[in-house]
Design a protein around this ligand. Structure first.
Ligand code: DC
Length: 221
């Protein structure tokens, strides 16, 4: 059996960083499922597809030309869509919001399911997203659900933006975080929620190292 660790949670909770560090520690593969939804949203936008056209969405999802490149000595992962490096555009809040809207459509999720499951190869996989433990890897060996107050997540996002030399308004970031939470949690298909057998970690008062220590302990146990 291929060991899989799923890390789900709302936007800005730090799933991506935790997943990357644990994958590196364990020498396992990494699936950033949000990047797949984000790239899909970019593909839909660049092709000018109407998001009510489910057949067209399904076709794009089935033929998505997407690849990931991990850099040896850094934590960075580059994402290529139709052969073009879209890593920067992928990370913007605009793309995140678009992805969140398109990800609520059932046919899109079904069409992208196998592509995600194919990441589970030896020696193991760390997968982060919204429905990794509840839908995509229901039988995963280890499941974690990270949570934190929306204010804390908005603050972390603001710091991240500032570190990249950008400006941000906390009230606006908080509103975006909460709007995305509401959409991802209330949708009909694979809503954001902890799997019944997930270890829930509230990271509001924890440092990154403390979160990593708790997750490492679970996997090693
Ligand atoms: O994790 P992220 O911010 O990169 O994800 C962007 C959006 O993609 C998120 O708001 C909802 C959607 N998504 C999803 O529906 N299911 C996943 N497993 C991952 C992301």
């Amino acid at each position: 059996m291929i060991p899989v660790l799923t890390i789900d949670g709302p936007s800005g909770v730090g799933k991506g960083t935790v997943a990357r560090v644990i994958a590196q520690k364990m020498g396992w593969h990494l699936l950033d499922s949000g990047a797949i939804y984000r790239a899909f949203a970019l593909a839909v936008e660049s092709r000018g597809i109407d998001i009510t056209d489910e057949r067209a969405l399904e076709q794009i999802a089935q033929n998505l030309d997407l690849s990931f490149k991990t850099h040896k000595d850094s934590e960075l992962v580059s994402v290529y869509l139709d052969g073009e490096d879209v890593s920067k555009t992928l990370r913007t809040e605009k793309t995140g919001a678009m992805a969140s809207k398109i990800a609520a459509i059932g046919v899109v999720r079904t069409a992208l399911l196998k592509r995600q499951q194919d990441f589970a190869v030896m020696p193991g996989l760390v997968a982060d997203g919204r429905d990794m433990g509840t839908v995509v890897f229901k039988n995963a060996s280890f499941k974690v659900y990270l949570t934190a107050s929306s204010m804390q997540r908005a603050n972390r996002r603001l710091k991240q933006l500032q570190a990249q030399g950008h400006q941000g308004i906390i009230a606006q970031i908080l509103a975006e975080v909460e709007a995305r939470d509401a959409r991802d949690s209330s949708r009909k298909h694979a809503p954001l929620k902890p799997a019944k057998d997930a270890l829930i970690i509230d990271t509001t008062e924890l440092s990154l190292d403390e979160v990593i220590a708790q997750v490492s302990k679970l996997v090693k146990a």
